[in-house]
Design a binder for this molecule. Structure first.
Ligand code: 4HQ
Length: 258
């Protein structure tokens, strides 16, 4: 996967490229991140990337010309197939694990990072093929959002998490931390010590009974999802066992505490 990042702050990305998953994927050859300074695609003495909005109002808007020139320069490079050109913006469709999975199928992704009030609408309409939001809150720029997209996509690339089987097993057992491939929340995790400030680890986890542990984890994952994110349960495939566990969870919640 080649990520082509177009930004006025290329240095912003340097440290995340040198740590953790992205570092490992770069060294392993599964990901390449190319940083492009948008100002290199301007043609005036001041390297101007923004201008005042037509119609008035506060703030500045990214001009179309440098963004078009940057992307067209990439399109002119000899390469394979057409690639998505993704604009990070709060108006975009929400990034989910499923969207990350779609993006991971490509060989090359362009990520457009804007600042200020965003980009001239002609960029969104005629240059970007996708508009993506990482959540319903306002950032000062697309850079952090682009970093989130890169991280979520990179960990899905073949070979990046090392053991391919373990990732598959993870998602089948619902073990992805957070909303994994199977779309429900994770179960709680514990490590040593078994008692900390009087708070103990659930006994079943110390029992060595792997079948009971598996059922307990599934139950707790379903329960957390039902309590916190019930709408996730509508879009996930539930097994017969899951439905039975959910019934028990709901009945227990209705019972008066005793
Ligand atoms: N912004 N998800 C303003 C975001 C954002 C988001 C990106 C704010 C770009 C100009 N991007 N600009 N949320 O808040 O992706």
């Amino acid at each position: 996967m080649v990520f082509e990042i177009i930004t006025i702050f290329p240095d912003f990305f340097r440290s995340i490229l040198e740590h953790g998953l992205l570092k490992r994927a770069r060294v392993g050859g599964q990901a390449e991140i190319r940083l492009h300074d948008l100002r290199d695609f301007t043609d005036d003495r001041h390297r101007t990337v923004d201008d005042r909005p037509f119609g008035g109002g506060p703030g500045m808007v990214f001009k179309p010309e440098p963004l078009f020139r940057a992307v067209e320069t990439l399109k002119a490079e000899p390469s394979g197939e057409a690639f998505p050109v993704i604009l990070l913006s709060p108006q975009g469709r929400l990034l989910t694990q499923a969207v990350a999975g779609e993006l991971a199928r490509h060989q090359r992704l362009v990520l457009l990072c804007a600042r200020y009030e965003g980009v001239d609408e002609r960029v969104a309409e005629h240059l970007a093929t996708d508009e993506l939001s990482i959540g319903d809150y306002v950032l000062s720029g697309g850079e952090l959002a682009a970093a989130v997209v890169m991280e979520a996509v990179t960990r899905l690339l073949p070979g990046v998490l090392g053991n391919e089987e373990s990732r598959e097993q993870d998602s089948f057992s619902g073990g992805e931390s957070t909303v994994g491939a199977h779309g429900i929340l994770d179960c709680p995790h514990y490590t040593r010590p078994p008692e900390f400030r009087g708070w103990t680890v659930p006994e079943v986890l110390l029992s060595g009974n792997h079948e009971e542990i598996r059922r307990w984890r599934r139950r707790r994952a379903l329960e957390k999802t039902w309590r916190r994110r019930p709408n996730l349960l509508a879009s996930v495939a539930l097994s017969d066992e899951d439905r039975k566990l959910l019934e028990e969870i709901k009945n227990a919640a209705l019972e008066p505490a005793r």
